[in-house]
Design a protein around this ligand. Structure first.
Ligand code: ADP
Length: 525
């Protein structure tokens, strides 16, 4: 038995930390998974945003290069006289952002413009022609092979943005440079607008220059993921930024889901902790009760054994015929009588208590005078009171109450017996009845040691023995007051103890006046 208890205790002590560790591990795994998911989400948003930025930049460059190729097909070095006429005739549809095409003779020392075709104003053309010869030429990669390859020059000159497409041709042993002048404002207003405005409501793009100034579009939100990429071959000084709006919304939804998850985890943790506390308290209570029960068994055995030994000893003495005086014989018989009464009272108490515990106590309620019942119990107790005086105080005009006579007699006997047991040096025990507005109360007052404050409530619990019993080794079983409490409650009343003016204690059993005592006749509680 002790081994089993030790094993159970060990199991509890191992199990509780194991549950705590398991919950913490579960918590850790959940949080780690959630963080990994978040990282994956971020990674996929970053990738999607980068693909969006690249796609948009590539599409723009493709459009510019398509125009350059159209120009390359329509302008010819061979036909210098009508240079650019073919291009001009179809320029508006095929090359909407190309403003002018030029031919330069690179074999001449000052590299003059030898042919020119333009869709713009003459004044601006003249300015561009000078800029090209004086400045732009020196910034071009004219000596890099292959020379016939299409190249681009992008930059800000004299406060204006320029995009030049150029390539070289050798003709009749001379080297020529062909230039297509793109209008940057047209690229912004026509190409950017047609490619980037409202194509996809889930995404937004803008284009910034090398100083970070927006040249197209609106500032992008700072909340979501914004990624950018430079244009690689044409407008290479500029940068295209993109953001995915749905990703922002997704991020917000995820953030609120994460909050909810964190809340759920916290609530589950609280529930587990509360559960563990309940289990620990229940186990402790169960263990205390089991200790009390085993104390009870040993107390009751002791209680039974002592009077039984006396009965047996004096019985044997009388049977042996060695007791010659009548007075002695009478004394022995009185002892046997007294001890058997104690035995039956104890056994009756245990049986009544067990019945009530099992919910099988049968009460027979009837309208009775409480004074008569209490007087009867007092009379029985007087026979074993020795030198102590049991005084009864009954006021006149007490109302009748619905009670079970036997149960009230048992309860009163228990209270008076306790008074005699725990106040052995007292001279008087007072049994008084008093009526209040709703109850009639039986009050048993002794001149004993009184009850310590922290004992006053718990002594009414089953199997609990108070300090008065344990300190002075007074015999008992710890069920007397529990039985009184059960009886009081069955009568719709209650019981308690209060310090008495005599220094001892007053135990009160209150029975409700006019209580229908649940149902007339016999009933179980
Ligand atoms: P038992 O008397 O068998 O121990 P009870 O349930 O009758 O069990 O009483 C519970 C405890 O209450 C006792 O152990 C004792 O400590 C305390 N007690 C009861 N009546 C008195 C009293 N009149 N004076 C002092 N202590 C008392």
């Amino acid at each position: 038995m002790a081994d089993r208890t030790r094993r159970e205790r060990l199991l509890t002590f191992l199990l509780l930390p194991a549950v705590v560790v398991a919950v913490l591990v579960l918590l850790g795994v959940t949080i780690r998974n959630s963080l990994q998911l978040e990282k994956l989400r971020e990674k996929s948003i970053v990738e999607a945003t980068y693909v969006l930025a690249s796609d948009n930049a590539d599409r723009l460059e493709q459009r510019i290069i398509e125009q350059d190729n159209a120009v390359r097909v329509s302008v010819r070095v061979e036909a210098r006289e009508d240079f650019g006429n073919v291009w001009l005739s179809s320029s508006a549809q095929q090359t909407p952002t190309v403003r002018a095409v030029l031919l330069l003779d690179l074999s001449s020392r000052d590299r003059p413009v030898v042919a020119f075709a333009s869709r713009g104003l003459q004044l601006e053309d003249e300015r561009f022609r000078r800029l090209l010869v004086n400045t732009l030429l020196s910034d071009m990669e004219l000596n890099q092979a292959p020379r016939s390859q299409l190249r681009h020059l992008h930059g800000t000159y004299q406060g204006h943005d320029y995009l030049i497409s150029y390539w070289q041709r050798d003709y009749q042993r001379r080297r020529y440079l062909l230039v297509a002048w793109h209008s940057v404002p047209l690229i912004v207003h026509k190409l950017f607008a047609s490619l980037y405005s409202n194509r996809d409501p889930q995404s937004r793009v803008n284009v910034v220059d090398s100083e970070g100034r927006i040249v197209y579009g609106q500032p992008l939100s700072r909340g979501g993921v914004t990624l950018g990429r430079s244009f690689q071959t044409t407008l290479y000084k500029w940068h295209l930024n993109a953001t995915i709006i749905s990703a922002e919304a997704l991020g917000e939804a995820l953030a609120s889901r994460q909050k909810l998850e964190a809340l759920m985890v916290a609530v589950s943790l609280l529930v587990v902790i509360a559960g563990l506390i309940v289990v620990v308290v229940a186990v402790a209570r169960e263990r205390r009760l089991s200790n009390l029960k085993s104390d009870f068994v040993s107390n009751v055995s002791h209680e039974l054994k002592t009077p039984l030994s006396s009965v047996r000893m004096f019985g044997e003495l009388l049977q042996s015929g060695r007791v010659d005086s009548d007075a002695k014989r009478r004394q022995y018989l009185e002892i046997i009588n007294h001890e058997s009464e104690r035995l039956s009272a104890l056994i009756e108490n245990v049986l009544d208590f067990a019945r009530a515990e099992r919910g099988k106590a049968a009460y027979e309620f009837a309208e009775r005078s409480l004074a008569e019942v209490v007087e009867r119990a007092t009379g029985v107790c007087r026979s074993r009171a020795g030198d102590t005086l049991i005084e009864m105080r009954v006021p006149a005009d007490l109302p009748l109450v619905r009670i079970d006579e036997h149960a009230i007699e048992v309860a009163t006997t228990n209270l008076i017996d306790n008074a005699l047991k725990y106040a052995p040096d007292g001279k008087t025990v007072v049994v008084a009845l008093r009526a209040t507005r709703k109850t009639v109360e039986i009050c048993v007052t002794d001149e004993g040691p009184g009850i310590p404050r922290d004992d006053r409530k718990r002594i009414f619990d089953r199997f609990v023995r108070g300090r008065a019993a344990t300190e002075k080794h007074v015999r008992g079983s710890g069920i007397g007051l529990a039985l009184v409490k059960q009886i009081a409650e069955a009568h719709g009343g209650r019981t308690w103890v209060e310090p008495a003016a005599t220094g001892g204690s007053t135990f009160v059993l209150a029975v409700k006046v006019g209580t229908r005592a649940r149902k007339a006749g016999r009933q179980n509680v």
